[in-house]
Design a protein around this ligand. Structure first.
Ligand code: MN
Length: 193
């Protein structure tokens, strides 16, 4: 069963200036598509072929894991943005952020720091455990919190291909600007389930 690259719910220029149309074209249209194409080639005719993407990420390793998890991570990343999203969390998620990190600003600073200090390629994650306790995690390369029995809630891609066109090597600026396009409604819904 082939996995398709879904159409993004916004126009290629909708996330400007935080993310340019050229970055969307390359990062989603080329990099993400390539991970999905390679995943489809690798899983065809294997025990993984009829599994959903979540299950493949949980059960695979090596090259298949790298491509499946990169596909998963990129869909999770691109579908959390919106040009007119909710700019601050509320409800249960806001309460958990305030209780664990002191304030939304403190949380954002810690999240950005985790992204800044991750050496090399990877992802910074917000995840929770079965009790709803939040964790900020650094993940190298294709890592995903699901493999540690944590549930992903939000992620910022810190592979260089995510920011090099728009920010050159200024990863910190890129991370800071992503708050402008993050739709907290999406994040709240992920936490509420
Ligand atoms: Mn990426």
């Amino acid at each position: 069963m082939k996995i398709d690259l879904p159409k993004l719910p916004y126009a290629p220029d909708a996330l400007m200036p935080a993310i340019s149309p050229l970055t969307i074209e390359k990062h989603y249209g080329v990099h993400t598509r390539n991970y999905i194409n390679t995943l489809n080639e690798l899983k065809a005719g294997t025990e993984f072929d009829d599994m959903g993407l979540d299950e493949i990420v949980r059960k695979s390793d090596g090259k298949l894991f790298n491509n499946a998890s990169q596909a998963w991570n990129h869909l999770f990343y691109f579908f959390q943005f919106s040009p007119d999203g909710i700019k601050e969390p509320s409800g249960k998620l806001r309460e958990a952020i305030d209780a664990q990190f002191g304030s939304l600003d403190e949380f954002k600073k810690k999240f950005e720091d985790a992204g800044k200090t991750l050496f090399g390629s990877g992802w910074v994650w917000l995840a929770d455990d079965a009790e709803g306790k939040l964790f900020i995690l650094q993940g190298k390369n294709a890592e995903n919190p699901m493999t540690k029995d944590l549930r992903p809630i939000m992620t910022f891609d810190v592979w260089e291909h995510a920011y090099y066109i728009d920010y050159f090597n200024r990863r910190d600026e890129y991370l800071h600007r992503l708050w402008d396009i993050l739709d907290w409604n999406v994040i709240e819904n992920r936490y509420a389930v």
